[in-house]
Each structure stands twice: as structure tokens, then as C-alpha cells.
Write a protein that binds this ligand. Structure first.
Ligand code: 6PG
Length: 251
């Protein structure tokens, strides 16, 4: 696990965008495509804006980039609470990416469980399987963390979702507003990424970052602690405020 501390949330966003471009260029050079899972929440919004800003969005061959979501709320895609709408407004609407490369979670009808089954079925039509063959292996997964230790929409105490062997599941609202059901990728998928990048900025994340990085809490109480890639790497990208409670900072 790597921990990097940036001075401000903007420095964090810039570094995160640089990492996305670095991983993207490497994946495209070696395999011809880059499959990246976007995070929900607001922290990554600035990262998406920097991605557009880097070389005016030309830093990546977007025709070879495929976007996915780690989780989605059961609200319309044009709703401000939709993770898709955040990425569309700050990134997708400003880059030249083929529509078929944008794999939004279809939450237009049915329950969260039904939407999760649709998302999983869609993912299974794509050539994403890793060497182990049972789960997709994304090149990069961006994740946020809630102050309760959730990540994506895997919430503390939601044991069925935490134990699921599916690729995606529906979850009921956690403590995270808005109080709507969600679709989330599961731990087996998150743990098979080639690279995981956690983005956490601000004072409000300092205690949960300390707890995750220093206390090694049980997964049921802090699902983010369960994201331990089997063969990939986890990087925590923090800023001064979110790293303030760590007993030792990376050199
Ligand atoms: C969501 C996210 C969620 C988010 C964290 C942090 O749907 O909201 O997937 O896991 O990443 O709650 O959110 P902020 O970046 O807004 O603090």
C-alpha cells in the first residue's frame, strides 16, 4: 500500500489526474485499451476537471478509454445526486469519448438489485475477465471513502453486500445522503483491480483515514479496509488535512 500526501485538495486532484493519465497511457501502450472505474461523491470532481485540463483533454486517446462506475445512486442520470451526472458534467461532456465507451449503470427501472443484475450482465458482455477468470480486472479503480468507512456503496454492517460473490449488488441507503438505494461493485471486483486509487481530502476524512491505515479495522465496520487487491496496488492520495491524524507520514 502506498500513501501520498499532497498539500491541498487541488494538488490532490491534479496528482490524481496525472496518475489516471500515466496508468491510461501505460495500459493503452501495452494492451490497446484502458478500463477505469470512476468514483462517486464529490472529491473526484476536481480530478475529472483536471483530466480535461491536461493538454486540453488530449493527454489520453479517449477512443481507447472505457469508463465504468464503482457505484451509482437510484436517481435519474440527470439528477445532481447521480454519480453519472457528476462525471458527465465535469469530464464526459468535455472530452471526445465514444458513447459506447461510457458504461453507465442503468438505474432507469426496477429495484437496486435488478439494476445491479443488469450492470453485471452488461459487464459480462465485455472482455474484462482477469487471469483468474471469475471476475473483471479493471486497470484502475478510483474510490472515495466516507467518514463511516464505506467505499463505493459498501456500507458498514451491510454484511450481505460485503459477503457477496456477485460482481455488483444493490444496497439500501447507508448513512450517506441522499437516502436512496444504490448499486455497487463488490469487494471481489474491487480487489482484482490492477490499481486502486483512494482519494480522500479534508479534515472530515482525517479520523477515518487514520482508522483505516493504522487500526486495520474489521471489514464489516469499515468496508474500505476490505479493498486489498490480490495482485494490484493500492494508493491512498491524501491532502494535509485528511492525513493530519496519521502517526507517521510517508517520507
Ligand atoms: C458515493 C460514493 C461514495 C463516496 C464517498 C466520499 O456514491 O457517494 O461512491 O463512496 O466516494 O462517500 O464522498 P465525497 O467524495 O463526496 O466525500
Amino acid at each position: 500500500m502506498r500513501v501520498a500526501v499532497c498539500e491541498t485538495h487541488l494538488d490532490l486532484a491534479r496528482r490524481a489526474a496525472e496518475i489516471v493519465v500515466e496508468r491510461g497511457r501505460s495500459a493503452i501502450a501495452s494492451r490497446g485499451s484502458f478500463h477505469v472505474v470512476l468514483s462517486g461523491g464529490h472529491t473526484p470532481e476536481e480530478t475529472y476537471q483536471y483530466l480535461v485540463g491536461i493538454d486540453q483533454g488530449m493527454a489520453l486517446d479517449w477512443a481507447r478509454v472505457h469508463l465504468y462506475w464503482g457505484d451509482e445512486r437510484l436517481v435519474p442520470h440527470d439528477d445532481a445526486d447521480s454519480n453519472y451526472s457528476v462525471a458527465f458534467r465535469s469530464l464526459i461532456s468535455q472530452i471526445n469519448i465514444p458513447e459506447e465507451n461510457v458504461n453507465a449503470v442503468d438505474v432507469s427501472t426496477g429495484t437496486a438489485a435488478e439494476a445491479a443484475q443488469r450492470y453485471e450482465a452488461h459487464l459480462k458482455t465485455l472482455k474484462l475477465l482477469g487471469r483468474m477468470g471469475a471476475y473483471p480486472r479493471f486497470d484502475l479503480i478510483l474510490l472515495g471513502i466516507g467518514d463511516d468507512g464505506h467505499t463505493a456503496s459498501l456500507f458498514p454492517g451491510h454484511q450481505e453486500a460485503l459477503d457477496s460473490a456477485d460482481w455488483a449488488v444493490g444496497t439500501s441507503p447507508g448513512a450517506l445522503p441522499p437516502p436512496v438505494d444504490r448499486v455497487t461493485l463488490t469487494l471481489p471486483v474491487l480487489c482484482r483491480a490492477a490499481d486502486v486509487l483512494f482519494l480522500a481530502s479534508g479534515t472530515g476524512k482525517a479520523e477515518v483515514v487514520r482508522r483505516i491505515l493504522e487500526d486495520e479495522p474489521p471489514v464489516h465496520s469499515a468496508p474500505a479496509a476490505g479493498v486489498r487487491p490480490l495482485s494490484g496496488a493500492v494508493t491512498w492520495l491524501l491532502d494535509r488535512l485528511s492525513s493530519a491524524r496519521l502517526s507517521s507520514l510517508p517520507t
